[in-house]
Design a protein around this ligand. Structure first.
Ligand SMILES: CC(C)=CCC/C(C)=C/CC/C(C)=C/COP(=O)(O)OP(=O)(O)O
Length: 266
């Protein structure tokens, strides 16, 4: 199938499951896809089988995002710290990421999904860098769902690289230190690719599977006011029922962003 550069899917009908309200869905969902290895170990399988099933769970979730009208999904596929895993597992994950992009590119084009990669891509194998770059270019005009893959990503490094860029501008006298504000800082973060005219790039909802209760260096700046949802489900088992549970929990939260409601009693 030819991959043109202009596949913005027509406004698709959103069919929400009963109980979900369209007006208070998260715009941006972040995923820490944890538990692939434990899922595999529980079945006497190698970790690679867990990652293989993890990849399927990611595509299931991407499809649900599109079906339910969620605009941005950012998935933590590989952290900067993950380079310390056994070489065979790292090599497998790199090949899996490449295969994930290649196998799903036609669907991304057909269904209006824009792919973006964040993280230190200079450390990725050259073929993964090229596959990612080509897919980003091919999908750049798609507008139904932004799929942001965090690969070789570290939230702290993202903050450091944003500081460097601003420092260089100050050095070049393009900027005064006192002019730097939160919005200018956020524009230098890699996630700024998921912002639009009216919304920041911050996830409204951050989901972590497998029972671990931490951020693990994911979206540190951006998660300041994210609603956090933790589930014991291991990532390969994450499906419609678990996603629905997370979204239902999100809709029951009272997001105050530090402000008191006008009519709240003192
Ligand atoms: C981007 C992309 C195509 C991803 C598809 C495969 C996928 C879901 C990768 C996540 C990799 C990862 C380090 C998961 C953490 O589970 P773990 O292995 O640390 O599990 P454990 O906590 O049980 O050890």
């Amino acid at each position: 199938m030819p991959l043109s550069n202009s596949t913005s899917a027509p406004a698709a009908e959103v069919l929400l499951p009963e109980g979900l309200r369209s007006e208070s869905l998260p715009r941006h969902v972040a995923l820490v896809m944890d538990g692939n290895s434990r899922w595999a170990a529980a079945r006497g399988l190698p970790p690679t089988d867990g990652h293989e099933h993890g990849m399927r769970a990611l595509m299931r979730t991407v499809r649900l995002c599109r079906a339910w009208g969620i605009r941005v999904v950012t998935a933590f596929g590989f952290s900067l710290e993950n380079w310390n895993r056994p070489k065979a597992e790292v090599d497998f994950l790199m090949a899996l990421i490449e295969r994930f992009i290649n196998d799903n590119l036609a669907e991304f084009m057909r269904e209006g999904t824009r792919l973006r990669i964040i993280g230190d891509r200079s450390r990725l194998p050259i073929s993964v860098q090229k596959t990612a770059r080509d897919a980003e270019e091919a999908t750049r005009n798609n507008s139904r769902l932004d799929l942001v893959l965090a690969i070789s990503y570290s939230g702290r490094m993202d903050i450091v690289q944003a500081c460097r860029k601003l420092a260089q501008k100050v050095d070049a006298k393009l900027l005064r230190p006192e002019d730097i504000d939160e919005s200018m800082f956020a524009d230098e973060l890699q996630t700024s690719c998921a912002a639009d005219e009216s919304s920041s790039s911050c996830p409204d909802l951050l989901i972590r599977t497998s029972g671990e209760l931490r951020l693990s260096n994911f979206l540190l700046w951006q998660s300041a006011y994210s609603e956090l949802f933790f589930t014991d489900t291991l990532w390969p088992d994450f499906g419609e029922a678990q996603y629905l549970q997370a979204l239902t929990a999100f809709q029951s939260r009272d997001r105050r962003f530090g402000a008191r409601k006008h009519n709240a009693a003192l």
